[in-house]
Write a protein that binds this ligand. Structure first.
Ligand SMILES: [Zn+2]
Length: 322
């Protein structure tokens, strides 16, 4: 196990020499005791039995995904799960070419289910090419989860199901980034369009009260986490960014839950991600931990309200996600 952990540590900790992972992308935790979470990732789970994770068959995982989404299968088809980058898309727009590279790595690393790093942009003026590189980390540490064991006695099948499920969730984040970043129209997939619909509904007039309540809490948390020298514009941008992160997670969780018959609900999603949002906002730099925690709790309550209203509105439009 020792040797295998080296590349991921390089990939994660070597990002910019910064150990604060929270700013790097989508972190999907299974939060039972968030305070215990490390700032950087340990290489393995203490007390976990030795287990060679490589018993999974890549082709099986891909075919599990293909059943549910052709678009996502297309994204992952050429990618091997070895942590190396593979080119998944290239499009030309104007005189520039835009390409997307994706890496997938599967490894045990603490209590994070998975993580998608925000795409890194590499520009080559000479070749007139912009390459976006994103990486997905999958951590199937819940392999001994009771519900999962009961569903899949066979260890190989269980690993494959779990990896497919986590990969599906993380790939939704990648597909949304692709849709947001590539020149208009080139990143359109069913998943992206469905997500956009959810985002649009969430900012529609009908939901303005719920939206305002969530943004108000986010604004407070961004202020609590600020260094004190950022401009108001910068802080407002952070509110917007975290807001989109939350809708992104709602969509990914619901879509994956429905697809793999492990439904999630708004209470759970709000609880899990309100905390991550508050950490992303900068934590409790300007206030006491207690004040910060109260605000996180308020965000969680407002977020759940907003999520419920989004579902109602979507189902009135005939779109049902769970
Ligand atoms: Zn996620």
């Amino acid at each position: 196990m020792k040797k295998k952990t080296v590349p991921v540590e390089k990939g994660v900790n070597g990002l910019d020499g910064n150990s604060n992972l929270w700013s790097y992308g989508f972190q999907d935790l299974n939060i039972s005791s968030p305070a215990l979470l490390p700032a950087s990732l340990p290489a393995s789970i203490p007390n976990a039995p030795y287990f060679d994770i490589r018993i999974y068959r890549e082709s099986m995982i891909k075919s599990l995904i293909r059943i549910h989404s052709k678009d996502m299968y297309w994204l992952l088809e050429k990618v091997h799960f070895d942590g190396n980058y593979y080119r998944v898309k290239c499009v030309s727009s104007g005189e520039w070419e835009y390409c997307w590279d994706l890496a997938v790595r599967i490894q045990f690393f603490g209590k994070m289910l998975g993580m998608t790093l925000y795409p890194k942009r590499l520009v080559s003026q000479k070749e007139k090419r912009i390459v976006y590189r994103s990486m997905i980390l999958v951590n199937p540490y819940q392999l001994w989860d009771e519900a999962l064991v009961n569903k899949f006695w066979n260890l190989q099948e269980r690993v494959e199901f779990l990896i497919a499920k986590i990969l599906f969730h993380e790939s939704i984040h990648v597909m949304i980034s692709l849709g947001n970043i590539l020149p208009s129209g080139f990143g359109n997939t069913d998943i992206y369009l469905e997500f956009r619909k959810m985002l649009e509904v969430s900012v529609s007039k009908k939901l303005s009260l719920e939206l305002h309540n969530v943004q108000f809490r986010l604004w407070n948390l961004v202020l609590f986490g600020s260094s004190g020298s950022e401009s108001e514009k910068k802080l407002l941008e952070r509110v917007q960014e975290i807001y989109e992160f939350l809708i992104n997670e709602k969509y990914s969780n619901q879509k994956t839950g429905k697809t793999f018959h492990f439904p999630s609900n708004n209470t759970k999603i709000a609880r899990k991600y309100a905390w991550i949002a508050a950490v992303k906002a900068g934590g409790d730099k300007q206030v006491t931990k207690k004040i910060w925690q109260v605000e996180v709790r308020r965000l969680r309550i407002e977020l759940r309200e907003l999520f419920e209203r989004i579902d109602t509105e979507l189902s009135n439009m005939g779109i049902i996600l769970d």
